[in-house]
Design a protein around this ligand. Structure first.
Ligand code: ARG
Length: 410
């Protein structure tokens, strides 16, 4: 007979019901295998005699956090020309540590929005096979973009004939690139709709890909049942991407009123990395970020924060996206306090990293809340995050898929 696995029980003074936005006191969660079987107030829960119990006391239970914009194969200490010395195999080995750091920080799910050589697919497969420790991954493979654009590599002169894996120009080349990414394991498509901060020679405000190209890309991805995330700082690129039907706009730095209105009308999620600017401006030079990129960041970061405040006020749907990889993996949570500083309530910031992210991934029936029937991805933080959002930077318990990754004694 197969051994009956005892259930795992976690108790804490509080649990956050992220859907209804309220705290449940004297909270108990019961986990059977990898699924939550009961969750609520102690008086409503029945516990088996042989259950394993973790008692946390003055802590708040939350669903596992979800970061919709990471690059696990990127290393924050290695930017610009330094990155040319890092092979894809080396970057993938670094990603093993980055994945573990991310999960230990309480991020049980991530969306990896761009990796060379399908390294993200390999990483995800190794995690799912139980060979290494890391978050649930939804992966894009190589990001698509125009020749010489933000998703290309423009560091070397013509002599070196260097082109990134995701470069594709024109509707049919783009459709073929989408099909290739799907063939090799992409869960979603990421493309660059404008220039960027960290790429050499690109203008953040300038659109890359025509409306026609974006429409072809989004149509091809949606036909195959994949969502689309687009890197877009500049206003015209943001609008063209939203009109083409993208599911999320990353960065979304230069929003005007029309862009905000379009996002609301089209139910487009914005994933705005409002912490990373601090890391780029303080540590970026030493990490190898080009002076031209630092100059771009000095203006973009400030405007992005203003755009964030306006978008929150207007009620645009927001997900948590950090761009970790530009800054150190495991520090993802530092962004929560900035989201609150620039206009969200603590609850809204937490919802961006839980139920909203789960909806963007079309996983809201499995992920993003602590309820019976959901996958057992649960974290705990000391104190009450609705009173002090910074406690999310000190996650003490992480359970992923019913497995205890860390607990307070560790
Ligand atoms: N990967 C992005 C880019 O190079 C990072 C932008 C960071 N800056 C910001 N203010 N969000 O464009």
């Amino acid at each position: 007979l197969p051994a009956l696995s005892a259930s795992l029980v976690v108790t804490a003074d509080r649990m956050l019901d992220v859907k209804r936005g309220k705290l449940i006191n004297d909270a108990v969660v019961v986990i059977e295998d990898n699924v939550i079987s009961q969750a609520g107030s102690a008086q409503d829960i029945t516990i088996d005699n042989d259950a394993r119990i973790i008692r946390l006391g003055d802590a708040t239970l939350l669903p596992g956090l979800m970061d919709m914009h990471v690059h696990l194969t990127s290393d924050a200490a290695t930017h610009g020309y330094k990155r040319l010395g890092v092979s894809v195999p080396r970057a993938t080995l670094k990603a093993v540590k980055h994945a573990s750091d991310t999960l230990h920080a309480g991020f049980t799910t991530v969306r990896n929005v761009g990796a060379p050589g399908f390294a993200d697919v390999a990483l995800k497969d190794a995690i799912n096979a139980g060979e290494i420790t890391g978050p649930r991954m939804f992966v894009a493979g190589p990001s698509l973009g125009v020749t010489g654009g933000h998703c290309d590599n423009n560091l070397l002169p013509f002599d070196y004939a260097q082109t990134s894996d995701g470069v594709a120009d024109g509707p049919w080349e783009i459709r073929k690139a989408v099909r290739r990414n799907i063939k090799y394991g992409a869960d979603l498509i990421k493309f660059c709709a404008t220039g960027g901060v960290l790429s050499k020679g690109t203008k953040v405000g300038a659109q890359q890909y025509t409306a026609e190209e974006m429409q072809a890309l989004v149509e091809e991805a949606h036909l195959r049942g994949l969502t689309v995330a687009t890197h877009a700082h500049g206003t015209s690129g943001i609008k063209a991407a939203i009109r083409a039907g993208v599911d999320s706009v990353e960065h979304a730095s230069l929003l005007d009123d029309e862009a905000i209105r379009l996002a609301v009308e089209n139910n487009t999620y914005l994933s705005m990395d409002v912490y990373v600017t601090e890391y780029i401006l303080s540590e970026g030079k030493a990490a190898g970020i080009l002076e031209e990129s630092l100059a771009k960041e000095r203006t973009v970061g400030k405007t992005q924060r203003e755009s964030f405040s306006k978008a929150v006020k207007a009620g645009v749907k927001m997900v948590f996206g950090s761009d970790a990889g530009v800054y150190p993996h495991g520090d993802n949570s530092r962004q929560f306090a900035r989201m609150v500083k620039f206009g969200m309530t603590p609850l809204q910031a937490i919802q961006a990293a839980t139920i909203n992210a789960a909806s963007l991934l079309k996983q809201q029936d499995k992920l993003g809340s602590v309820e019976p029937g959901m996958l057992a991805d649960i974290i705990a933080v000391p104190g009450n995050p609705l009173e002090k959002i910074q406690v999310l930077e000190n996650v003490t318990l992480v359970i992923k898929n019913g497995e205890i990754i860390r607990q307070p004694e560790d």
